[in-house]
Design a protein. Sequence first.
Length: 434
Amino acid sequence: MQERFDAVIIGAGIIGAATAFELSKLGWRTLNVDRLPAAGYGSTSNSCAIIRTYYSTFEGCAMAFEGYHAWKNWADHLGVDDERGLAEFHECGTLILKTEHNRHMAPILEIAKQLGIRYTEWDNPDIESRLPGWDMRRYAPVKRPDQPGFGEPTGDAVAGGVFFPEGGYINDPQLATHNLQRAAEAAGATFRFNSRVSAIRRREDRVSGVTLAGGESIEAPVVVNGAGPHSAKINALAGIGRAMRIRTRALRTEVVYLPGPEGHYGDGVGLVTSDSDTGCYSRPAAGGQILIGSEDPPCDPPEWVDPDHFDRNMSEQGRMQLMRSAQRTPELGIPNRISGVVDLYDVTDDWIPIYDKSDLPGFYLAIGTSGNQFKNAPVVGQLMTELIQACESGHDHDTDPLRFALRRTGREISLGFYSRNREVNQDSSFTVLG
Ligand SMILES: Cc1cc2nc3c(=O)[nH]c(=O)nc-3n(C[C@H](O)[C@H](O)[C@H](O)COP(=O)(O)OP(=O)(O)OC[C@H]3O[C@@H](n4cnc5c(N)ncnc54)[C@H](O)[C@@H]3O)c2cc1C
């Protein structure tokens, strides 16, 4: 017998689980299908899960500020317990250095003022007192170790930074996804693991469900692509890949894990930092650890990969990130063996996601999260639900983009911002910062 649902969501990462939670609360019978054995085992599991409120656009900041409030009130957001416990928000604050790359933060601070996001400007002595041992000299433009001048300062000092107290990180992104799964299940949702979608079914020019590898078919009038770095492959199955102006592609990325300098890192001590002068971001973690990721400087060629075939071993890229970070934090040792994680971002042409309908009626897109949407997932679930409900009731979102009210912060944004057919947004940083 064929199973029938109101909506099938492909993927049970943080985006798919959040969408299931919001749809099922409104009475939709949802099914998440994931090829992996548990919720949040895909790229979400290796997320740094940084919660920050600065993006390059008004909509980006507004979404992130709304997301921050969901994480801050996580138990309330979920409304149910999880036998594994709840993910924790470590609100250590986030420091972003003022650089030419971010125009000394002027545009972002203007947006922060409009949105009521709190911040304090720190000069270099403020930063040095909070992060002793930091070398405040300027190193931009970011270089590769084989380029002349690597590791040599290019100026006396950076221009200080901005501290946003409302930010930090989630200690366990996979657990956060499991929390959403349990909350969705409490509202009636179903999750199915170790099951790969191999075809998108159509009937009379609209989507009608999915077929699983092995041949089983599942009927549903709505299907959501929440397949993370596999999003382009799922769009190809749906036959819509070429009908979109904005593309998604899988990008390989590395995050280094290492012991932080004595006393300055670890839970409850360090800060999240973003430093486009050296091209790195960092985050404290349990056990005095520090995580170091890349801010995608132009000198690093992007590594576009097939999400089913890529190298999961750390490479020279990780070592290079560590060497760059050590310019700012000379106390960081450079171990012979670098450890960390290798995973994928699902990147769009402007590093801004696609949250949209598609040209195939009933087929929706929650994709292209570009390495920066873990923090927004609770809000993405809400906006996808409103979008799906409106389009299924006959609203023409392509010609009259839906407006979406951010519930906790009271702002409104146009969902046309996330359109699959938008012009490439030139306000973007074109990096993981969005
Ligand atoms: C290293 C790293 C660091 C990051 N750091 C941050 C950060 O600090 N802050 C932040 O906000 N964001 C961060 N991100 C981005 C954030 O983690 C992602 O935007 C988010 O986790 C994407 O969630 P998702 O549900 O779309 O994708 P995924 O978690 O990848 O979920 C997609 C799911 O779809 C499933 N799937 C794919 N194809 C099929 C198929 N054919 N059939 C069935 N299932 C299928 C996969 O198995 C997978 O579980 C980071 C990402 C990475 C990789």
